[in-house]
Structures are given as structure tokens and as C-alpha cells.
Design a protein around this ligand. Sequence first.
Ligand SMILES: [Zn+2]
Ligand SMILES: [Zn+2]
Length: 371
Amino acid sequence: MNHLIQLRHTLHRFPEVALEEVQTAARIVDFFRPLKPDQIIENLGGTGLAFVFKGAKLGRRILFRCELDALPIEDLAPTDHQSQIPGKGHLCGHDGHMAIICGLGEKLSQNRPESGEVILLFQPAEETGDGAKAILKDPRFEEIRPDFAFALHNLPGYPLHQIVMRIGTFAAGSTGMSVYLKGKTAHSAHPESGINPAQGLARLMKELPKLPKTLSHFGLLTLIHADLGSLAFGTSAGRASLSMTLRAFDQKDLDDLIEKVKAKAKAVAEPEGLEVDFSFVEQFAVSVNDPDLYRVVENAAKNLGLSLVEKTEPFRWSEDFGLFSQVCPSFLFGLGAGEACPQLHEGAYDFPDELIETGIGMFWGIMKGFH
Ligand SMILES: [Zn+2]
Ligand SMILES: [Zn+2]
């Protein structure tokens, strides 16, 4: 176990953010080569990696997924493995998730699955929502297209080693959305000759956050940035933009909310002669847990003697593992990181090393549940 903790600390010292995970991927390949997987797929969807362990007989293909990327946030935890890269840190615990999958690889190298295949997937760019999309788009994904997919995320605020579960939606879907208003600049002495989007922007800032209330289930619209004209006092503004994050627990609600924002923006902009346009970034699908896989995960937790808690409401944050739940029956569960652990994405956060063994045990138990 010590060497997995050391591996985690090395990954932690050299964090790489979304789509830049080249050294991290190289370190993981170095770790896996001596384990002699039956197949290694590199550069999958960018910097992604898949390691295939085959059983003697035909059977089902089970995928376990972890993430390669760190965050563009300063690591403030004064540990001996503190980040060596200014402004970047493994503050979501993806270093720990990788160590878990590496430990699972060691076990598989000693004991191949009885039947079928196990795929260990190291996915890039989870934090931006680009990674899962890129993996699924890569033609080589067909070689590892799973029958079932599993992932875990450590969860500060829950007792250490507690398993956090939910059938159906586990984590919200979300998208970044920008609304652009284009009018016409004019001399600020004659604003009536131009089309200034200021009033339209103000109306949208006031009215858009109310839209989620018109959905039948949970939805949330959070304004994150606004921009109007430029700092030129002789010029009446001719353009504006407003950016927001939309969230919902149901994919249809999220799609409805997007349409409502579009309709409202058009209704505000067009009478004022403003052109309106939209763009989307950081799109995360809703993470939906398959009810039939619940027992498999539950049994794995019980066999390890772990406490188990059922969430009544989904989490409001998003995970791009949600896209896998559109490909095959999938299950994402939480692994408690301790009540005193700083929250994910906080500068003081550091993945608890004790969870590595628990994570390996959970995935191993899940795999055994199929064979
Ligand atoms: Zn994160
Ligand atoms: Zn994360």
C-alpha cells in the first residue's frame, strides 16, 4: 500500500490541468507496463489511457473509470507532497482516484477476471466536461465499449470510508451558457443614434435567475459574468454579454431551461433591435445510476463492513461520468473523505490516503459481484 501512497503523492506534486495531462499519463503507463495488461490503449480522447485485463472465458466487459486532471487552483495544504507547480493542484482528489485504479490494476495482474474483461480507464479533462466526451468520440472507444461502468468520487463532509449511494440521478447535469447582445455603438453625446444593450442586459440579469422556478423539478440558474461595451467614455455601448451556469437533476429539465433562457433573451432583445446569440461550454450530462447495479455496489460495501448512506436528493454539482450513463448501465458512488476534510476545490484540501485501500476493495468487490 505504501507504494500506492507514494504514487499518489508524486501525482499530487506534479498536477496537470485538463487536456495537459501528458506527464501524468506517462507516469501511469510506467506503473502499468510491468503489470502486463492484455492491452494498453494510449492517447485515448487526448491524453486518456485504457488498460485491458482479459479473463479466460468470454463474458461481460466492466469498466472502472478515474480522472487524470488537476485544477488551476493553488495547493495551500502544507504537506510534504504539496504541489510543485504554482497555481495548480490536485484539489478534487483525482490523484487518489488514480492510485485506487492503479491498485486495482495490481490485483488484476495477479488475478485475471474469471470471464469477460475489465477495463481500467484514466480519463482526461473531467473538470471541464471535455474528457468523457472526447473518450466516447474516439473511434478506439469501440474496442472497450463496456457493458457496465463504475466510478467513485471522494466526498468531504461524510464520515471517512462511508459509501454514499443513490438510485437514479446522483449528480446534476449542468452547462455554462453565454448570451450575447449586439446593438450599435454611437457617440455618447448622441446615444439615440445607436442601440445600447444596457437596459436589455439589466432586464436579463433580473429575469433569467427566476426561470428555474417555472420548471416542474429542481433547476438553478447562477449568473457568473456580465460585460457591457468598453471603457470608452465617448462611446455609447454597442454590445453586451451575460454568462451563467444552468443546473438540473433531469436532462429534460436542463434542456427546457436552456430553451427558456433562449426564448427570454430573444423576447427582451428583439423589440430593442438587438441581435442575440448564444454559446455553451462545460456541458455535463446528468449522472444517472442504474437501479440493477445498486445491489452489486451495496454488496461490495457490506462485505467490507462499510457504513452506507442513501442520499435523498441528488448532488447539485456535476460529474462528466454522466455521459457514460448514456452509453451503458452505470453507477457512480461517493466515498466519504471525513467530516473535517476541507471541501473539494478548496486550497486546503488533500485526498485522504486511507481511502486508497477502501476504494480498491470496493471496485474489487464490484468486479467479483459479476464473476
Ligand atoms: Zn472537481
Ligand atoms: Zn472530481
